[in-house]
Design a protein around this ligand. Structure first.
Ligand SMILES: Cc1ncc(COP(=O)(O)O)c(C=O)c1O
Length: 429
């Protein structure tokens, strides 16, 4: 794989931006500079073509540069953009669609990133409950702000301990966020009991995709709902990844547990910057977009025509075409195919996934939480992904990262990927 041009450009990128990238975890080896994206494929500056499973961490549910979405955005921009006052026709249409499909969304507000959405949801929960503490789970990611940026991909000795993700964070924010173990209701109950009447919200990725794909055990999400109800705590489903990707109404529509608040982003606009916070009307009307509301909600770019048009187009395609059927079928074929390869080669590994998402953990049992993932052979995981990348199959070469299938992937793409997986695994063992 040639990457001379990428290396030249990377050097240049480093002159102007620290590390040459604009998000921390983008700095992986080999460092590639990308110049083109189309459907299921991405291309780098040296002309290498990759079948993309990274999907920019999840937004591309339909595929890159998806024409029907891009056309809607271009049409919108030919007539409208952003006003900073009043409402727009596109905002209304978009909000109507989301409240129609997402069970918890009686009302919705738009912002531009998942981090903004979780920030707004948490602040609202504090205003509603008049409490300060928050529960999150070890390994889950809810954005970069101080309220939630702790105990993400913790080192083994820091699991469950005080593990802020950044220098410069406020101690008050770190210490008011309590950490629990996913799939462990007793741990959550104990935490509630130890902090009686103090917990404003419990925020959870209903499937923690930031550590691959850990499935919630039967009754876990319902148990969280019950514990929140018993303790007067707001349940926030962070559906920034699961929303729209697993179901047009979010994973809450699949698991039949309705949170008080939901945060959305990524797949909702097929790659355009767009996010949302939604919930029960009685809570949403605390935001000061509503006359008399006392919870600040603002953003210069909120409701921009680009994001609203892209979301309407993406949701319309999900409503009228077999998007989820297609990506779920390919996801199932991928997982099954990899399991068969493991059986043939005698490899002891666990293939995890749901719908269009999958990953292979190099460990012998199904992980239930972040601690279990310490059994994953990280070196092998990264080596395996690097070798696939060299063959033109893009899975980010970083530990415990998931892969995504889009509506633009074909059966042939999946069969080709399976062949490459078999070849690479034969080479490795
Ligand atoms: C579950 C979840 N919540 C929130 C975020 C933050 O979203 P953004 O990167 O758009 O700020 C992410 C980003 O990966 C995420 O995976």
């Amino acid at each position: 794989m040639l990457n001379e041009r990428s290396m030249e450009l990377y050097k240049e990128a480093n002159q102007y931006s620290p590390g040459g990238v604009h998000t921390s975890i983008r700095n992986v080896e080999p460092h590639l500079v990308f110049t083109k994206a189309e459907g299921a494929y991405i291309y780098d500056a040296d002309g290498n073509k990759y079948l993309d499973f990274q999907a920019a961490f999840g937004p591309y549910i339909l595929g890159h540069n998806y024409k029907k979405v891009n056309d809607r955005v271009i049409d919108a921009l030919n007539r409208t953009d952003l006003y900073g006052v009043g409402s727009t026709d596109l905002e209304i249409e978009c909000a109507k669609k989301i409240t129609k499909h997402v069970p918890s969304a009686e009302q919705v507000l738009f912002c531009n990133s998942g981090s903004e959405a979780t920030y707004h949801a948490i602040r609202l929960s504090r205003a509603v409950t008049e409490r300060t503490k928050l529960i999150k789970f070890q390994g889950c990611y809810h954005g970069w702000h101080d309220y939630v940026a702790r105990n993400m991909l913790s080192e083994p000795h820091m699991i469950g301990k005080r593990d802020p993700g950044s220098a410069g964070m406020m101690d008050e924010a770190i210490d008011n966020t309590l950490i629990c173990t996913f799939n462990d209701l007793e741990d959550v109950e104990r935490t509630f009991n130890d902090n009686k009447g103090e917990i404003a919200a419990l925020i959870v990725e209903p499937i923690p995709h930031n550590i691959g794909c850990i499935m919630p055990e039967e009754g876990f999400l319902k148990g969280l709902r019950d514990l929140c109800d018993q303790n007067g705590t707001m349940l926030i489903f962070d559906e920034v990844i699961t929303g729209f990707r697993h179901n047009i109404g979010g994973y809450q529509n699949v698991c039949a547990v309705t949170p008080d608040l939901t945060t959305m982003g990524k797949a909702m606009a097929n790659g355009f910057p767009m996010a949302a916070v939604a919930g029960k009307k009685e809570y949403m009307q605390r935001y000061n977009t509503y006359p008399g509301g006392d919870v600040w909600f603002a953003g210069t770019y909120n409701g921009h025509a680009i994001g609203t048009a892209a979301t309407i187009a993406t949701m319309e395609i999900m409503e009228t075409e077999p998007v989820h059927k297609h990506i779920f079928e390919l996801g199932e074929r991928m997982r099954q195919g990899i399991r068969e390869i493991h059986d043939r080669l005698g490899i002891d590994a666990y293939v995890a996934g749901f719908g269009s998402v999958w990953t292979t953990y190099f460990m012998s049992f199904e992980p239930k939480n972040y601690t279990d993932l310490m059994q994953n052979d990280a070196d092998l995981y990264i080596k395996y992904r690097k070798k696939l990348l060299e063959r033109g199959f893009f899975k980010m070469p970083m530990n415990i990262k998931r892969n995504h299938i889009s509506y633009s992937h074909t059966k042939e793409d999946i069969e080709n990927a399976l062949q490459a997986i078999e070849d690479v695994l034969k080479e490795i063992i």
